[in-house]
Design a protein around this ligand. Structure first.
Ligand code: C2E
Ligand code: MG
Ligand code: MG
Length: 411
């Protein structure tokens, strides 16, 4: 009413879920109370501290003299929350990511302000947590851009705008193609090809990924059936999956019957899952995974080593393959630690009877290092970029006919 400057903070605790999972909900609850008390102690009597739910808090700072005052308070909260908590006999370390937005300069409505603060908080998370993120005009533009893209995404499947590209997976022992990864592409009528890095997160947030992922699997399976004839008994096409698909598993559970109708044995298809799926797996997810695998489908962990480093799931779930994340492969030449980690992942994978695939192989040196370390397969621009199905088919024919190098990555 007074049109004075107001600051809104959106506070999200980093790694609260891990604390909750490892120490139990009662400790988690007690910790939230302690967090609330510390936040309260950082603000004035006239400010408002609220818990929105879960590990999310907001602070309303009315009648600010200037924006710097809000930043100062946010920084103070970060510092206080980073100090060790002592809760029910446990010493717990936490940190927080905070987003800041201002009324009236950033938004004039409550909804708008909350959205801004939430986005600013995500900026803080992306930049490495334990910090403050700000709402800026660029963020706003990105938000509007996202909104338009989501609208277009809703119609994209029915309009037939998705394509699958295939990237060869090559056996390091024989240098022959032993599989492919199917990668989604969105042919947008105005923007051209949109990268999955841009639209998959949107499809996940909106739940659209459930149907899109189903389309990708079925399309990939049809191509796999066409190619297995040329490619031999161990050829497998892998398809990425998102955790949301496992939360609404009806479509996934229909895959085995679909493969049967195609006459394609399940082992020619691999479902790539994320580490976070296994970490968060409830009974239902575990059962879905077990049923898919029992039907003969293979299961691979994608981007292995970058999620939460919880190895316990490796003996709780039956799996077939590990894909070493590109970040390790990229640093092989320069970082001894990347070499040590890759070698260890390979040894560990083999001890667990898993196939080990390295992603993002770009140089002959990386290929040779991985090969010497005993890695089974490699995938990357050294061999080929992801290509449309007809180009993949040409690669498959030439590589299987004439052993040796594939044509180097083109496109
Ligand atoms: P991902 O599953 O880890 O796929 C590997 C990504 O690395 C692909 O990016 C691929 O083009 C890229 N890549 C391959 N070789 C190299 C290399 O040598 N160097 C470098 N720098 N990059 C390489 P892309 O196609 O943009 O896909 C990005 C991500 O999008 C995928 O990561 C995956 O998480 C997701 N995605 C793609 N298709 C689907 C899908 O059908 N469903 C779901 N849920 N996610 C998908
Ligand atoms: Mg993948
Ligand atoms: Mg990957």
């Amino acid at each position: 009413r007074s049109r004075t400057l107001l600051g809104l903070l959106f506070i999200d605790l980093d790694f609260f879920k891990e604390v909750n999972d490892s120490l139990g909900h009662e400790t988690g609850d007690a910790l939230l109370v302690a967090v609330a008390q510390r936040i309260n102690a950082c603000v004035r009597e006239s400010d408002t501290v609220a818990r929105l739910g879960g590990d999310e808090f907001t602070v309303i700072l009315p009648q600010l003299a200037d924006p710097a005052a809000a930043e100062h308070i946010a920084q103070g909260i970060i510092t206080r929350l980073a100090e060790v908590f002592s809760v029910r006999g446990e010493a717990i370390s936490l940190s927080a990511s905070i987003g800041i937005t201002y009324f009236p300069s950033d938004a004039a409505s409550v909804d708008g302000l909350l959205k801004n603060a939430d986005q600013a908080m995500y900026v803080a998370k992306r930049q490495g947590r334990n910090r403050v993120g700000y709402f800026t005009p660029t963020l706003q533009e990105a938000a509007q851009n996202r909104l338009r893209l989501v609208n277009d995404l809703r119609g994209a499947l029915d309009a037939g705008q998705f394509r699958l590209f295939f990237q060869p997976v090559v056996s390091l022992a024989t240098q022959r193609i032993c599989g492919a990864e199917a990668l989604l592409r969105w042919q947008h009528p105005k923007r051209g090809l949109v990268s999955p890095a841009e639209f998959i997160p949107l499809a996940e947030d909106t739940g659209l990924i459930v149907r899109i992922g189903d389309w990708a699997f079925r399309e990939a399976a049809r191509w796999a059936r066409r190619w297995v004839g040329h490619a031999g008994s161990r050829f497998s096409v892998s398809v990425n999956s998102s955790p949301a698909q496992f939360r609404q598993p009806e479509l996934l559970l229909a895959w085995p019957a679909y493969l049967e109708s195609l006459g394609l044995p399940g082992s020619h298809m691999t479902i790539e899952i994320t580490e976070s799926l296994l970490l968060d797996a409830d009974d239902s997810t575990s059962q879905v995974l077990a049923r898919l695998r029992a039907s003969g489908l293979h299961i691979a962990i994608d981007d292995f080593g970058t999620g939460y480093s919880s190895l316990s799931y490796l003996h709780r779930f039956a799996l077939d393959a590990l894909k070493i994340d590109q970040s390790f492969v990229r640093d092989l030449d320069t970082k001894p630690s990347a070499r040590a980690l890759s070698e260890s992942i390979i040894v560990m994978g083999h001890k667990l009877a898993l196939l080990v695939v390295a992603e993002g192989v770009e140089t002959p040196w990386q290929r040779d290092f991985l090969s010497n370390a005993g890695c089974d397969c490699a995938q990357g621009y050294l061999y080929s970029r992801p290509v449309p199905p007809d180009e993949f088919e040409a690669l498959l024919r030439s590589n299987l006919g004439a052993p040796g190098d594939l044509q180097d990555g083109h496109g």
